[in-house]
Ligand binder design. Structure first.
Ligand code: SF4
Length: 279
């Protein structure tokens, strides 16, 4: 991955946000329907999907070293709570809608690609049972030339964008808070750390946050995820793949007790984790 300057990542953030708004105010009906329809099976899958047997994907099961340890012991994931299902379903709907908005607003010379299947980096333990064999990027934007989209040549050609939706407080945090300095149980960082290495490399990586409360009127917040942070996250992942024995409540330890919200509501291994504490 190249290292774009802060100025050039800011150009991209501004451009992506503007393209989204242009498409939202003047949507291409066909594109909107296409991406909303594509979201429907995923929405239904929040209630019907049989739990994926894989323990680890770039986007899940890697928040905590203990999740992998429990999976190796044979602990299955807990069924998702009703709160988790409806949260994910709304997320899928907003993903589809955001894709429709962005593609509607793209300028000439900028192309859009979603759910692209890509190779995983050499350090990903592809040979281990229970690890995903391929990855899927959320959204990649590609410029056909180094002047396309009104961005300067120094902005590079291809960027990776991970789309998220969040209620108002979390959405505000995307604009101001250091997103790399708090618990990330939902695996945003691990996913981006994997996809920013190996296979095709991108010029920069962004998180795009939609406000779940007011999606039709709030701006999207588009934040660059720094390369040095992604490199640190890769080191953490390589370390947990190599670990032996029970790492304890690694997620909680790493964040000095913060992150209970994720542990209690969303971690698929929460019961196993509690059982291990009393054995
Ligand atoms: S409940 Fe928390 S500490 Fe326990 S395995 Fe899950 S993420 Fe790790």
């Amino acid at each position: 991955m190249s290292n774009l300057s802060a100025t050039n990542t800011a150009y991209w953030s501004h451009a992506i946000s503007s393209w989204f708004e242009a498409g939202r105010s003047d949507p291409d009906e066909e594109a909107m329907l296409k991406y909303i329809r594509e979201a429907l099976p995923q929405i239904e899958g929040c209630w019907t999907r049989v739990k994926d047997k894989l323990k680890a994907r770039p986007s899940g099961g890697l928040s905590c070293a203990r999740q992998l340890f429990l999976a190796d012991l044979g602990y299955q994931d807990e069924p998702p709570t009703e709160a988790a299902k409806i949260t994910w379903a709304i997320g899928h709907l907003l993903h589809g809608w955001a894709y429709g908005c962005i593609v509607s607003g793209l300028p000439e010379g900028v192309r859009f690609e979603i759910e692209f299947t890509r190779d995983l980096p050499a350090w990903w333990p592809i040979e281990r049972e229970g690890f995903a064999k391929e990855g899927h990027t959320d959204l990649v934007l590609r410029r056909d030339s180094d002047t396309a989209g009104g961005l300067p040549p120094e902005c590079g050609l291809n960027v990776l964008v991970d789309v998220k939706s969040s209620y108002s407080k979390g959405w505000r945090d995307y604009g101001t808070k250091d997103m790399t300095a708090g618990p990330d149980g939902f695996g945003y960082n691990s996913q981006l750390a994997v996809y920013s290495d190996g296979g095709e490399l991108y010029d920069a990586t962004f998180l795009l946050a939609i406000n779940r409360d007011t999606p039709a009127s709030s701006k999207v917040r588009v934040r660059n995820v720094p390369n040095d942070f992604l490199a640190e996250e890769r080191e953490r992942l390589i370390g947990i793949f190599a670990q032996e024995g029970d790492p304890g409540r690694e997620f909680q330890d790493r964040w000095e007790g913060a992150g209970m919200f994720y542990c209690q509501r969303f971690c698929g291994k929460r019961r196993g984790c509690e059982e291990l504490e009393v054995v």
